[in-house]
Ligand binder design. Sequence first.
Ligand SMILES: *Cc1c(COP(=O)(O)O)cnc(C)c1O
Length: 353
Amino acid sequence: MPRFRTILDTMPAYKPGKAVTTPDGRSYKLSSNESPYDPLPSVVEAIAEGARQVNRYPDPGAIKLTEAIAERFGVPFEHIALGAGSVTVAQQLFETVGEPGAEVVYAWRSFEAYPLLADLSGTTSVRVPLADEQHDLDAMAEAITPETRMVFVCNPNNPTGTAVRERELVAFLDRVPQDVLVVLDEAYREYVRDESVPDGLTLYRDRPNVCVLRTFSKAYGLAGLRVGYLVGHEPVATAVRKTIIPFAVNHLAQIAAIASLKAEDELLERVDAVVKERTRVRETLIAQGWTVPPTEANFVWLRTGERTMDFAAACAVEGVAVRPFEGEGARVSIGDPEANDAFLKAAGAFLKG
Ligand SMILES: *Cc1c(COP(=O)(O)O)cnc(C)c1O
């Protein structure tokens, strides 16, 4: 028997979300915050074209994609570091600043990848409980110690959908020591409609210890291809680039991401449609009697507590797969209107039942 790292004993094996289907064949996946739309024809065409070149290694520097991102967002080329999904970029961040004895501060509950990546890198997690389903930035500032190397602020927060506003975030950033890296995880930025929620790409500019994570997985609909990126000052981006596994961002991902930036107007129209559905879903849930935190992302959060697994089972009866966190609550992605109706039917019946 090989000797494994002891940390693996404390880490749960990955459990993939189960697809659920009704006897008459209805199946709605609202468990992973994906785009409910098929890829755009122009993007599929670009991928098909790129398929002819896969005997060659991808561009290791992803120059064209990096240039496209730099141009689109008006940031210097040197400020961008790519990875195979922003989860991988987060892992690279742990490679750059994490080590045994170091601490990382994040809200809890927040994105499930944070504790996993912290454990893998040997970094100690300091979890600061949410207050009223939102980041408690005062408590997070107080949790920073001389051992703290990095702080994650997931904005909007996965799984609650709540967002921190400019005034409170700026006040927080002003309190964080300069040698602590603040990571603004903005995986759902395109879904934000509240104008008081700041854009990390504005905030990071005059703050060398602040960086932003973005992804093509959600609004841009490329979850299956794995590409995300960091925007931060040159020392941060350079450090992250050093930790990439060679050729991690594959050729098709690079091509599809470039094509998606070209087709951004069409993609953002889809985001608008999801935002409209988000409003409808939340208002219907509230009318049914649910408490639903305001959400700036493409999902809603229901604090179902001890009934969470029963709730997930009730949704499954309607063919709806949700993301349950046992004993806490359920995160439900906004899908197309038919999927959302199936979910709303299950949610309404559950409260009555
Ligand atoms: C989905 C998500 C990501 C993006 O993951 P990818 O690896 O880019 O697919 C990053 N952060 C949060 C909080 C997410 O919910």
